[in-house]
Design a protein around this ligand. Sequence first.
Ligand SMILES: CC(=O)N[C@H]1[C@@H](OP(=O)(O)OP(=O)(O)OC[C@H]2O[C@@H](n3ccc(=O)[nH]c3=O)[C@H](O)[C@@H]2O)O[C@H](CO)[C@@H](O)[C@@H]1O
Ligand SMILES: C=C(OP(=O)(O)O)C(=O)O
Length: 508
Amino acid sequence: MTEDYKGRIGNLIRDARKHRGLTQQQLAERLATSQSAVNRIEKGHQNLSLEMLARIGAALDSEIVALGAGPVHLRVSGPTTLSGSIDVKTSKNAGVALLCASLLNRGRTTLRSVARIEEVNRLLEVLSSLGVQTRWINADNDLEIVPPKELDLSRIDEDAARRTRSIIMFLGPLLHRSEAFDLPYAGGCNLGTRTVEPHMSALRPFGLEVKATDGSYHARVNPVIEPTRPIVLTERGDTVTENALMAAALHPGTTIIRNASSNYMVQDLCFFLQKLGVDVDGVGTTTLTVTGRSEIDVDVDYAPSEDPIEAMSLLAAAIVTESEITIRRVPIEFLEIELATLEEMGFRYQLSEEYLARNERTRLVDITTKPGPLHAPLDKIHPMPFPGLNIDNLPFFAVIAAVATGQTLLHDWVYENRAIYLVELNKLGGDVKLLDPHRVMIEGPTHWSGAEVVCPPALRPAVVILLAMLASKGTSVLRSTYVIHRGYEDLAERLNQLGANIEPFRDI
Ligand SMILES: CC(=O)N[C@H]1[C@@H](OP(=O)(O)OP(=O)(O)OC[C@H]2O[C@@H](n3ccc(=O)[nH]c3=O)[C@H](O)[C@@H]2O)O[C@H](CO)[C@@H](O)[C@@H]1O
Ligand SMILES: C=C(OP(=O)(O)O)C(=O)O
């Protein structure tokens, strides 16, 4: 244990020294000691006095010792070539939608192979604070959810709720269970202004009025108000569509939702609602017709489908490390535009026959990547609502464009603030220019070299940096990786199984 402690301190010192661009000899000079002493310290073979630790900290301008269990960091040694096969896990976005939708059901909800990620953990904490019993029932990540007779909304776990944006999807189910309740403001990735007004206008026809004050949404419901005409969404947003669907599911009449998102998580929610006995027509289109029920009380079992964004992340991992890997269980319908764009850039791959996901609806394939040179696409790359290129997949094109020859323009018209994080790739040797808050120009190919980077406060850009680190020569450190764990289960460990060298650590 003591030895392990010394080794960890040694690693921290080595990383901090490399980050400062110093050799062992140069650090030794600053400490008035020998290079071999620094070498012993970094290898964990040296007892260190507190005074020496303080001097090392001062010499490296880095706090080596921090008290308490701090955030998890990742140390990546590269460059890496990956090989082997990996299964795509079920999606974060269906997972959170289904957890919210479980509030519609008075019976037991069993969800199969739910991604065990922080975003799900936060919602489970919120659900238990309301009196819902939640339990992982086996090692396959099957989750059982049993609601109490009455939800206790006064005891909501505010800290957990504030850490996830998905809490906004409690509005749709809860408006049928209580005429007055409060929810903390929604959190989530820091991507610029993310409005909640579309949610309010989608739910107003069900009698919901929301006042936002003191960090909370104060919801009031007038139960005599019900939709009298189609609900037209002003934005084709995913969670807003889900909120409208959930409100409609417990409305014993027919609701038409126009300009609905037909994205993957919305489809999973529709399939789940159908299993609850709710009539949903138009799944996969932008007009959903829902005939709800005044009460839902069934024991339901549902298996959400695989995550197209995780599949894209793994494709990007293979491309940036020039590796041949097989990515299994890819929901192909939600990755077709991405693959077509990659093909235009010269990417080659093999597809297996299609097979069905466990929900018996979503089509899956296995993709084997073939390493080879890529070139920049002729046109800019920009996202669109499904069936366009997924907005959450756009950041992965930054790291892919960085290994392609030529200039690629990425246009993120949706988020005010996500493109800016892609400039972090420059710390690893990338050539990414921010043209304006929505546009980056990326020039490749890139000779990656290791560096220390603090995770940007956004899930996908953080993973993009991690993937570039896999391809970078030398040691890299990615600091404070909670944001990655929001959306990916054991990503580092699973990449290590493909041959990556990623070591999680904490400050001591
Ligand atoms: C839990 C979940 O499922 N999260 C996803 C969901 O978040 P979510 O549904 O919360 O997305 P937002 O409501 O934040 O919408 C994303 C952004 O797009 C804008 N917007 C959206 C649709 C549209 O037709 N026009 C428009 O301008 C919104 O104003 C906002 O700035 O959708 C986002 C966009 O696909 C994804 O990044 C998130 O991973
Ligand atoms: C933006 C994302 O998620 P969220 O809506 O959970 O912030 C994402 O998944 O990239």
